[in-house]
Design a protein around this ligand. Structure first.
Ligand SMILES: Cc1cc2nc3c(=O)[nH]c(=O)nc-3n(C[C@H](O)[C@H](O)[C@H](O)COP(=O)(O)OP(=O)(O)OC[C@H]3O[C@@H](n4cnc5c(N)ncnc54)[C@H](O)[C@@H]3O)c2cc1C
Length: 401
């Protein structure tokens, strides 16, 4: 199927209004496509607390002109302090803030996911040519006799159709669109869970209130950073646990969190005791080396390559995917399947590389004994700017590449 001028009005359908789907809607619209975004939830409201938004993600958001709208909600930590979760001593500091901004031309921000999602949604809703439909669960895609495709979706109890020229599956780790890609790989539970909560910043010790923090312990670790312009602290406590659930928002019990972190230093247990409300998330991944495209269907973001959050790059990769997908789909693209394959070829090496780094961190963060000693010694001996420079290939990426 090739595109003619008449077909140019036929929309691209995006399944999923998460960070990846909304960014793709804006990027593809910037190329001149009409977009219909179908989201199965009845409102787009992001739970799940904070997100580290690294310069590579910010470079895409800058190009889409949404970075300035995010600034009021963001917080730019001066550094990331790495601590031993065994004895409470500081191991290292990674220089962020001004250093990263000057090095990569874009900020390293931490932000509440809801703030990022709301800014993207507001922009998409105000952009002519983008239609967002809620409570619409994409179910199927069929060819029609009229040289276009029909996306079938469920709207309440009804089934509805949407003519389209391509279907982009931005429907997350449990993607349904994935079924349209033969040989696809499904999500796998990693045996690890993340407990997430936020707490007003004035309730926490000064030590936690400014820089980001990463605490390392055998079989568990803790991450915290200020969000909402520095008014709240986001806390993520990760541990091995045999549990899984396909939702962002399974409730968790504070006592259960404290039990998992029972042999941690008192100051971290005090911090974990502050939030009244905890959410728990089963950490799953999708092997990004599997197929992402088939004909007029492409997967992106977590649907294509969900990764463990040990490099804090999952959403950043979904945002990067959106920019590169749009680059391969100019308005008058003649051969959509070929363009989607080019997108896959372009993105796969980077997504797989960063998945590999995340898997590696999953091991090193939880070392014990001599391996932990060796890791901590290297951290102690490395200067803050050198530690930051180790991430140049991740943070220095821009959509122009
Ligand atoms: C503990 C934790 C911490 C993390 N921290 C970071 C971080 O600091 N930085 C970072 O970059 N990343 C981080 N991530 C990863 C990041 O959250 C994900 O990679 C990112 O949200 C993926 O975005 P997405 O748009 O691909 O998918 P999702 O955000 O999952 O969005 C998918 C959307 O599709 C909708 N949907 C599903 N099925 C259908 C259907 N059939 N039809 C229509 N709609 C459908 C869903 O309702 C949802 O709205 C973290 C993840 C975890 C678990």
């Amino acid at each position: 199927m090739t595109e003619t001028d008449d077909d140019a009005l036929t929309p691209i359908v995006i399944a999923g209004g998460g960070i990846g789907g909304l960014t793709a809607a804006l990027a593809l619209r910037q190329q001149g496509h009409n977009i219909v975004l179908l989201e199965k939830a009845n409102e787009i409201s992001e739970v799940g607390a904070g997100l580290q938004l690294s310069p590579n993600a910010c470079s895409v958001l800058q190009r889409l002109d949404v970075l300035k709208d995010l600034e009021a909600f963001a917080y730019a930590p001066d550094g990331l302090r790495i601590w031993s979760g065994e004895n409470g001593k500081q191991l290292a500091r990674v220089e962020l803030g001004k250093f990263i901004r000057e090095r990569h031309g874009n900020p390293f921000w931490v932000i509440h996911r809801a703030d990022l999602q709301r800014v993207l949604l507001d922009r998409a809703q105000k952009t002519p040519g983008i239609t967002i439909r809620l409570s619409c669960e994409v179910q199927d895609l069929t060819p029609s006799p009229y040289d276009h495709l029909v996306c079938i979706y469920r709207l309440g109890e009804e089934t509805a159709n949407q003519k389209c020229k391509a279907l982009i599956g931005a429907d997350g780790v449990w993607s349904r669109t994935r079924r349209h890609v033969p040989g696809h790989v499904n999500a796998r539970f990693s045996g690890q869970v993340a407990y997430r909560a936020t707490v007003p910043i004035d309730q926490v010790d000064d030590k936690f209130a400014r820089d980001s923090g990463l605490w390392l312990h055998r079989n568990s670790h803790l991450v915290h950073y200020p969000i909402r312009g520095g008014r709240e602290l986001n806390i993520v406590a990760l541990a091995r646990e045999d549990w899984s659930d396909e939702t962002w928002s399974a409730k968790a019990d504070k006592d259960a969190v404290l039990r998992v972190f029972k042999d941690w230093p008192a100051e971290t247990r005090n911090l974990l005791g502050k939030p009244e409300r905890w959410l728990k998330w089963a950490l799953c991944s999708v092997d990004g080396s599997g197929p992402w495209t088939h004909g007029h269907v492409a997967l992106m973001g977590d649907a294509a390559h969900a990764m463990l959050p040990f490099m804090a790059q999952g959403a950043a990769m979904a945002i990067e995917d959106a920019a590169i997908l749009a680059k391969h789909l100019p308005k008058n693209v003649q051969n959509i399947p070929s363009a989607l394959r080019s997108f896959e070829r372009d993105r796969k090496p980077r997504a797989s590389h960063i998945q590999g780094i995340s898997r590696g961190n999953a091991r090193t963060f939880h070392y014990s004994g001599p391996m932990a000693f060796a890791r901590d010694t290297v951290l102690r001996l490395t200067k803050p700017k050198s530690l930051a420079a180790r991430f140049d290939d991740i943070y220095g990426w821009t959509p122009e590449q």
